[in-house]
Design a protein around this ligand. Structure first.
Ligand SMILES: Nc1ncnc2c1ncn2[C@@H]1O[C@H](COP(=O)(O)OP(=O)(O)OP(=O)(O)O)[C@@H](O)[C@H]1O
Length: 350
């Protein structure tokens, strides 16, 4: 019987992934990573629900303490990013360094199992022609999580299964009801896990970053107002600036050195290109010549046509066919060829 480790968060998606594989005849071992420090956080409830699902399915449940790893790679990474005026994307970093790599390592080294599965909505395909594992958008485009998975290595993709990649969310809920899973009616998580645990990103960051008021200025340096700390702002933000101006103003830069928030018109917050670093390539090897693709610069943004020019050392320049508004350093730029993820990187500061 084929053995597989399923990452269980205690949510409906991973519960159904585990139940489906179990019913397909896999020998399933549930694995929950204990991610967050502190008592009464979302994770403790998740662990109990995950344990209940394992009991229901009659499968073993392992809990691995990865709180230190999460603290260093996600909490510290977020805090130092916001302090330096960028808006980091924690989820892709979390997937690679905190979830997939440790889960696969634990599965292989401790349990002697070479495959893991999660409840992510995305698809993995082995491409005979190139000898590479590809990552594709989920069949359910509304739930597609491929944007958060662009940073997975070939080794991690080779060892992973996404049982929900071919189905739509309604089908997941239907299966959860059919298997009578305790988590069948659990509400959808609406936000980042840290935001859910702390109420808002601002509340979370305020625990770690001292409030340091400063000036809101225009591009010429004219003082327009006061801010409560640059970590409370993000590029493209319009609401909550507290400035009365004849035309709408948007955050166009965060300056940690001067402790300033720079605002401008929509045109000023729109740019023809940007650079991205720390790239990871999936469907293709690192390009050595310009390539054409569609790029997504935020989780929910529309993919737009782009020319990606390699700059060496894992960096690329992205020239948009149409200038783009609200390009945010710290977020991922993920390149697609239709459904297929080519690769991606982290948007750099201008
Ligand atoms: N603490 C954890 N331990 C093990 N696996 C996890 C954990 N958190 C998330 N995962 C895995 O990653 C997948 C995607 O996680 P995400 O946080 O996006 O949750 P989700 O889409 O709401 O899924 P779910 O309904 O399973 O919580 C989950 O389906 C699960 O397989």
């Amino acid at each position: 019987m084929k053995r597989i480790v399923v990452g269980l968060s205690g949510g409906v998606d991973s519960s159904v992934a585990a139940a489906a594989l179990h019913h397909q005849g896999y020998e399933v071992i549930g694995l929950t990573l204990w991610l967050m420090k502190g008592k009464g956080q979302c994770c403790s409830e998740g662990m109990v629900d995950a344990a209940f699902i394992c009991e229901q399915l009659g499968i073993p449940h392992e809990i691995v303490d990865t709180r230190e790893l999460f603290q260093e790679n996600i909490v510290d990474y977020l805090v130092s990013g916001y302090e330096s005026g960028v808006t980091p994307l924690p989820c892709s970093q979390c997937n690679r360094t905190v979830k997939f790599a440790p889960m696969l390592k634990y599965a292989k080294e401790t349990l002697g199992i070479d495959q893991i599965a999660t409840g992510h909505y995305a698809r993995i395909r082995y491409d005979e022609a190139t000898g590479r594992y590809q990552l594709l958008r989920a069949r359910d485009h509304n739930k597609d999580q491929s944007y958060f998975l662009y940073d997975l290595s070939q080794e991690l993709l080779a060892g992973s299964l996404f049982p929900l990649g071919e189905i739509v969310k309604e089908e997941t809920r239907r299966m959860a009801a059919q298997y009578q899973l305790k988590t069948a009616d659990k509400p959808e998580s609406q936000d980042l896990c840290l935001v859910e645990a702390h109420g808002s990103m601002q509340t979370f960051l305020d625990r770690y970053i001292d409030l340091k008021e400063g000036e809101i200025v225009d591009r010429a340096g004219k003082i327009l107002g006061k801010h409560t700390g640059i970590h409370h702002y993000t590029i493209g933000q319009r609401k909550g600036l507290g400035i009365a101006a004849p035309e709408p103003l948007y955050v166009m830069a965060l300056d940690p050195v001067m402790n300033r928030v720079v605002v401008g018109s929509r045109d000023e917050a729109t740019q023809p290109d940007c650079t991205a670093g720390r790239t990871n390539w999936i469907a293709i090897p690192e390009p050595t010549a310009p390539i054409r693709a569609q790029v997504q610069v935020r989780y929910r943004s529309k993919p737009v046509p782009v020319t990606a020019i390699p700059l060496g050392e894992g960096r690329i320049k992205l020239g948009f066919d149409e200038p783009q508004f609200g390009i945010t350093p710290g977020q991922a730029a993920v390149l697609y060829d239709g459904e297929v993820v080519l690769g991606g990187g982290i948007i750099e500061r201008r």
